[in-house]
Write a protein that binds this ligand. Structure first.
Ligand SMILES: Nc1ncnc2c1ncn2[C@@H]1O[C@H](COP(=O)(O)OP(=O)(O)OP(=O)(O)O)[C@@H](O)[C@H]1O
Ligand SMILES: [Mg+2]
Length: 458
């Protein structure tokens, strides 16, 4: 995980990039200067050879050689920056004495060399040339040497200046980079101040995305999206609390009212039994709501179906239909089951889910019509749907019927024992099996269903 200040990180990255670039360009510059200094030294050697070689070539007797030695002495500066050697077996023609490094240079081929001199830090650059024999004079090896110290000092000075300016450049870029990054990140700070100043109680507040740069627009829009989702969840929670209170208030009011009346007036045993019976029904109603709420809370916290067994869906659906026979007979409704498959699911939950759908279908179906239970398999996923002939359901309601306490026909629903939890329990059971729910209303038929994933597929 990356931590720390973005400005500092950017400044460091700028500085590292500049360091890399200057290191490369400084190395290239130094190489180029070194090459040109070497060329300069070689040119100087070539120049001296071009003047002296013809002179040496034409001196062919030891007598002339004395004059030549004086000439070479005169050409050698006192600091011995430039030196000359004539190497030959016959001492009458030699000059300069032995080579300072003690090596035998007379056998070297013609060309440029570098010779380390013990008492000097820098080497001497040499050009060796052969002067052919002439008359009595044998073949000579004529060497001109040039001290590389001044050239190398120039190179050292240049290198030092380069390092110093590069280091200064890196520091400047780091400081400037830090400032630029801080300046560039100004909108982020403003955004954070804006987010911090959002009042805690007002879920409708959003960040102002207008004045933000493009890069931050997306972040602010996502943040506003998160706020909108929070608001929706908050509204749902508030609505949910109100609904729970509302659902419990009616049975509680009934219980309190009836008990107060019974206490105020003397009642005989039969009347009290009736009262207790009625109270029991209210208490059972409240118990159902509380149990349903607990079941939904468990499913919402990620509970999965655990009591799994291999079942034939057709057989299980038949059992559910059989169990609901009294309700169906009441409205002269027929039920047909289509399809069959063997799956590994929680049998008890499947019954509960299908019973909820069939209860609804029985309630809303056209009397005397046929309800169809459809069992369709898509690999390891099965779809269970219940269709009944009934009044079309508006799309606005259809999207929301699986929400807790949501009822399309509020007036009618509130008046009876239905709380609007049946479909949310169907949805919870589907999600406990890795499935989902669906609903559609067309051609005079309303279909509600859920999918389940057989255990083996998960
Ligand atoms: N087959 C259907 N035809 C028409 N409307 C339906 C059908 N099934 C459900 N609905 C609508 O969906 C709403 C929610 O159904 P749900 O089963 O969740 O609650 P309920 O049946 O009202 O109460 P509960 O199931 O808790 O007794 C119902 O109130 C009804 O308006
Ligand atoms: Mg229902």
């Amino acid at each position: 995980m990356m931590k720390g200040s973005i400005s500092k990180r950017l400044a460091l990255m700028f500085a590292l990039s500049v360091m890399l670039i200057t290191a490369i360009s400084a190395t290239l510059l130094r190489c180029s200067l070194k090459t040109s200094l070497e060329e300069q030294m070689q040119n100087e050697l070539i120049l001296r050879h071009s003047v002296l070689d013809p002179v040496l070539a034409k001196y062919d007797s030891p007598a002339f050689w004395i004059g030549l030695r004086e000439k070479l002495d005169g050409l050698t500066p006192t600091d011995e920056r430039v030196r000359y050697w004539v190497l030959v077996d016959n001492p009458a023609y030699s000059y300069g004495g032995g080579m300072p490094d003690g090596q035998d240079w007379s056998k070297r081929p013609d060309g440029f060399f570098s010779m380390a001199i013990p008492e000097r830090d820098r080497p001497m650059v040499l050009q060796v040339k052969t002067i052919p024999a002439m008359g009595n004079r044998p073949e000579l090896r004529f060497i001109v040497g040039l001290d590389s110290t001044p050239f190398m000092k120039t190179l050292d000075h240049f290198t030092k200046t380069l390092i110093l300016t590069s280091a200064l450049g890196v520091v400047l870029v780091a400081l400037l980079g830090y400032w630029i990054a801080r300046f560039g990140l100004g909108p982020v700070r403003r955004l954070s101040r804006q987010a911090n100043s959002l009042p805690p109680g007002d879920s409708k507040q959003r960040l102002d995305t207008e004045a933000l740069p493009d890069e931050l627009q997306e972040l602010a829009v996502s943040f506003n999206g998160a706020l909108a989702r929070q608001e929706a969840a908050w509204c749902q929670l508030e609505g949910f609390n109100a609904n729970v209170a509302h659902e419990l208030r009616t049975p509680l009011t009934n219980l309190i009212g009836q008990t107060q009346v019974a206490l105020a007036h003397g009642r005989d045993v039969a009347e009290l039994q009736d009262l207790l019976q009625s109270n029991l029904e209210e208490l059972e109603r409240m118990g159902t709501i509380v149990n349903d709420m607990l079941f939904l809370a468990g499913a919402e916290s990620g509970q999965r179906a655990t009591e799994l067994s291999d079942v034939s869906l057709y057989e299980e659906a038949s059992k559910t239909v059989e169990y609901l026979e009294p309700v169906l007979l009441d409205k002269h409704l027929n039920v047909t089951i289509e399809g069959d498959m063997c799956v590994r699911i929680d049998r008890r939950l499947f019954h509960r889910s299908l019973a909820n759908l069939l209860h609804n279908a029985a309630r809303y179906a056209v009397p005397g019509s046929t309800i169809t239970v459809n069992l369709v398999s898509h690999g390891m996923q099965v779809e269970v749907s219940v269709s009944n002939a009934g009044e079309p359901i508006d799309d606005v309601h259809l999207q929301r019927l699986f929400e807790r306490f949501y009822r399309a026909d509020v007036a009618r629903a509130r008046s009876d024992a239905h709380h609007g939890l049946g479909l949310s329990i169907v949805r919870a059971i589907a999600s406990m099996h890795g499935g989902r729910v669906f609903a559609h209303s067309k051609d005079g038929f309303n279909t509600f269903g859920f999918s389940l994933i057989s255990q083996a597929a998960r």
